[in-house]
Design a protein around this ligand. Structure first.
Ligand code: GDP
Ligand code: MG
Length: 170
């Protein structure tokens, strides 16, 4: 079976690891290996997804370039409760475009994720802002909570659908 590679990127503390472990293990805030594979069904077809949970782009610039080169799809996570982390998504997107377009331009599978939707009172980014970004970039947008598990599966199913589409258009 074809293994699809995707990277989970975003500022520190937005919930990249929490989202990944929630998806892989169905649990919240447990230790796990940062390189994860999961086999699951999307649209009644099995797929194998390798998920790379990365560190913040500011801290390890060259490492992030390597992650971007090695990944075919990107889950760009910010915290709905932290405006800075939303701005970081724009920078990461630029880095992805820079690296991937130099490899030959094709549509890059991307899902934007606003996490911590359970913290309603602490919200700093509106739903419309995330939606607007996804319209501009022609990608998907989900608001998730790793804590309650809401929309977590949808994020990974969406990236698989995009990766499959990408594969077919090769
Ligand atoms: P990472 O640095 O992006 O990998 O972030 P982590 O996954 O380590 O999460 C950082 C902290 O944010 C965790 O310790 C949790 O306390 C909190 N967190 C992560 N996801 C959620 C969520 O969906 N809801 C809430 N309330 N807190 C979350
Ligand atoms: Mg982490």
């Amino acid at each position: 079976m074809r293994v699809f590679q995707c990277a989970v990127m975003g500022s520190g503390g937005v919930g990249k690891s929490a989202i990944t472990v929630r998806f892989i293990n169905g649990s919240y805030l447990e230790w796990y290996d940062p390189t994860n594979r999961k086999q699951f069904n999307v649209d009644n077809q099995p797929c194998l997804l390798e998920i790379l949970d990365t560190a913040g782009i500011d801290q390890y610039l060259t490492l992030n370039d390597m992650f971007i080169r090695e990944s075919e799809g990107f889950i760009l996570v910010f915290s709905l409760c932290q405006r800075d982390s939303f701005e970081e998504v724009l920078r990461t997107y630029d880095a992805i475009q820079r690296i991937k377009l130099s490899e030959g331009g094709r549509i890059i599978p991307i899902v934007i994720v606003g996490n911590k939707s359970d913290l309603i009172d602490e919200r700093e980014v509106d739903t419309t802002e995330g939606e607007k970004l996804s319209l501009n970039w022609n990608c998907s947008y989900y608001e998730t909570s790793a804590r309650t598990s809401i929309n977590i599966n949808s994020v990974f199913e969406d990236i698989v659908r995009q990766l499959r589409k990408n594969e077919l258009s090769k």
